[in-house]
Ligand binder design. Structure first.
Ligand SMILES: Cc1cc2nc3c(=O)[nH]c(=O)nc-3n(C[C@H](O)[C@H](O)[C@H](O)COP(=O)(O)OP(=O)(O)OC[C@H]3O[C@@H](n4cnc5c(N)ncnc54)[C@H](O)[C@@H]3O)c2cc1C
Length: 418
C-alpha cells in the first residue's frame, strides 16, 4: 500500500519506519529541511514510561490557580479570544475528576509501557545513537505534601506492574549523587528505575536513517496546504510541490494537525501548549545529574545527555505563538541552580521553545478519522517521545489490518463522541 505521512517529527518518522517494515511504500513530507526540527527538537529528554500521566486530574484546578500566581510558576495563560482555547480548557476541566484521571492515566501508561517494549527492540538496531541512558527518573519532592500525594499514581503503577521506589533524602543522593550540592532541601522522591533518557532529536534522526534504509522517501522543505477528498476517501494532499497522492494518508503534524483537518469537518481537540528548554554544556561531571530529575515544585525536568544537560518545562497557553520569551528562562535557570548549581555553564546555554500537541485528556489520538483511508497520530502532549515507538507500531498495525498487541479501541477520536 502507498502511504503518505504528513509530518516528520518523532511521531511521523517513527511511524514511517514501522509502516515500511510492515511492507508498505511510504513517503513522508515536512516543511522543515530535516526531521525533528519543531517540537521534537528540544524536549526534556525523558522516556518516562511510568510517569506518563494526564495533566487533568483531581485538584488540578486549584493547583493551576496556585501555579498562575507563583513567581516562576509552571503555568502561564495568555488569555485570547480564541474559542478553540476556551473549549479545550473546559474539556480539560471536565477531565479533572478521579474517575477520568484513572481512565486517562491507564490509557497513557498502556501506550507508554508498550512503547518501552518497542524501544528495547529499537535500541538493538545498529546506528541508533541518541545520548541514551537507562538509569530511571526521579520525581523529586521539596515538600511533604507533595510526597503524601503520590498514592493515586502508585496505585496505577501497581496496576500496570511498573516498578517504582519511594526514596528518602539519602535514597535520592544514592540515585543522584550530584544532589549533594543542592541549594534547597528535599524530602524524598518517587523513582521509576525502568525509565530512560536521551536526545529526542538525535533519536528521530536515527529513525529517519533507519526508515530510509527500509525504503521510506522523505520530501523535506514541503509545506502541506490542504487535503482533497471525494466521498468517503481522501484523494490527495495539496503541497508546495503539487498534489501528492497515495492509498492511505496519515496526519502527524503535531500541533498543526487540527488546523489541517478542520476544513474536512474533523474536530480534533488538540491545542498547542508551549514549553521551553535550555541545553547547558557540562562543566563538572562529578556534580552533574545522571539521569532525569523532575523538580515537582516547578514541574521542571533536568536530564543528563552525554556532555550536556537539558532542562525543560513551563506550560504557556498562548495559541500557536512561537515567540521565545526571554523571561521564561527564569524557572529553568532557577531549577538547575537550586539542584545542580555547579554542574553546567548557564551563560553558554541555548534556549528554545516548542508547542506540545495536547489533548484535554492527555492521551494521543491514534486511528482512522472520518475517511476510509485517513488516519491521525497526534496529541502526544507532554510525553510524545515516550509514546512514539508504541504509537508508530500500533498505527502500522491498524493500517495493515493486523490486530495491535494492545487495546486501541479508546485511542481514536471516537472516545470524544462517547
Ligand atoms: C519543553 C518540552 C519538553 C518536553 N519534554 C518531553 C520529554 O521529556 N519526553 C517526552 O516524551 N516528550 C516531551 N515533550 C513532548 C514531545 O516533544 C512532543 O509530544 C513530540 O515532540 C510531538 O511530536 P510530533 O511528531 O507529534 O510533533 P512535531 O515534532 O512538532 O512534528 C510535527 C511535524 O509536522 C511538520 N509540519 C507542521 N505543519 C506542517 C505543514 N503545514 N506542512 C508540512 N509540515 C508541517 C513540522 O515541521 C514538524 O516536523 C516535551 C515538549 C516540550 C515542548
Amino acid at each position: 500500500m502507498k502511504i503518505l505521512i504528513l509530518g516528520a517529527g518523532v511521531i511521523g518518522t517513527t511511524s514511517a519506519y514501522y509502516l515500511a517494515k510492515a511492507g508498505h511504500e511510504v513517503t513522508v513530507v515536512d516543511r522543515q529541511p530535516g526531521p525533528a526540527l519543531e517540537t521534537s527538537f528540544g524536549n526534556a529528554g525523558e522516556l518516562s514510561y511510568g510517569y506518563a500521566s494526564p495533566w487533568a486530574g483531581p485538584g488540578i484546578p486549584l493547583k493551576a490557580i496556585k501555579w498562575l500566581t507563583m513567581v516562576d510558576g509552571p503555568l502561564v495563560i495568555r488569555p485570547m479570544l480564541d474559542p478553540r482555547m476556551w473549549i479545550w480548557g473546559l474539556r480539560l476541566l471536565g477531565n479533572c475528576t478521579e474517575r477520568a484521571y484513572a481512565i486517562n492515566k491507564s490509557r497513557m501508561v498502556r501506550l507508554a509501557e508498550y512503547s518501552n517494549e518497542r524501544m528495547v527492540e529499537l535500541r538493538q538496531l545498529p546506528g541508533l545513537a541518541f545520548d541514551g541512558r537507562e538509569q530511571g527518573t526521579l520525581q523529586l519532592f521539596r515538600t511533604q505534601a507533595q510526597l503524601d500525594h503520590i498514592h493515586g499514581d502508585v496505585e496505577v503503577l501497581k496496576q500496570y506492574g511498573v516498578r517504582y521506589e519511594v526514596l528518602d533524602p539519602a535514597g535520592c543522593l544514592a540515585a543522584e549523587p550530584g544532589l549533594a550540592t543542592a541549594q534547597v532541601p528535599f524530602v524524598g522522591a518517587l523513582r521509576l528505575p525502568d525509565d530512560d533518557t536521551g536526545d529526542c532529536k538525535m533519536f528521530t534522526e536515527g529513525m529517519e536513517k533507519l526508515a530510509r534504509e527500509a525504503g521510506v522517501v522523505f520530501h523535506f522543505g514541503t509545506t502541506v496546504d490542504g487535503i482533497e477528498t471525494a466521498g468517503d476517501k481522501v484523494t490527495g494532499v495539496r503541497t508546495s510541490r503539487g498534489v501528492l497522492t497515495a492509498d492511505t494518508y496519515v496526519g502527524a503534524m503535531g500541533s498543526y494537525t487540527p488546523l489541517l483537518v478542520a476544513p474536512l469537518g474533523i474536530r480534533l481537540p488538540v491545542y498547542p501548549i508551549k514549553g521551553y528548554s535550555l541545553t547547558v554544556p557540562i562543566t563538572d561531571e562529578s556534580v552533574a545529574p545522571l539521569s532525569t530529575i523532575m523538580d515537582e515544585t516547578y514541574k521542571v525536568a533536568t536530564t543528563r545527555f552525554n556532555d550536556r544537560i537539558r532542562v525543560g518545562g513551563t506550560a504557556e497557553i498562548a495559541g500557536w505563538d512561537m515567540t521565545l520569551r526571554p523571561h521564561r528562562r527564569g524557572p529553568l535557570d532557577r531549577s538547575l541552580r537550586d539542584l545542580f548549581p555547579k554542574a553546567g555553564d548557564l551563560s553558554k546555554a541555548s534556549f528554545w521553545c516548542g508547542l506540545r500537541p495536547m489533548t484535554p485528556d492527555g492521551t494521543p489520538v491514534i486511528g482512522k478519522a472520518k475517511f476510509d483511508n485517513f488516519y491521525l497520530s497526534t496529541g502526544h502532549g507532554t510525553l510524545g517521545w515516550t509514546m512514539a515507538a508504541g504509537s508508530g507500531r500500533v498505527l502500522s498495525d491498524l493500517i495493515s489490518g493486523t490486530k495491535p498487541d494492545i487495546d486501541t479501541s479508546d485511542l481514536g477520536l471516537s472516545r470524544y463522541a462517547a
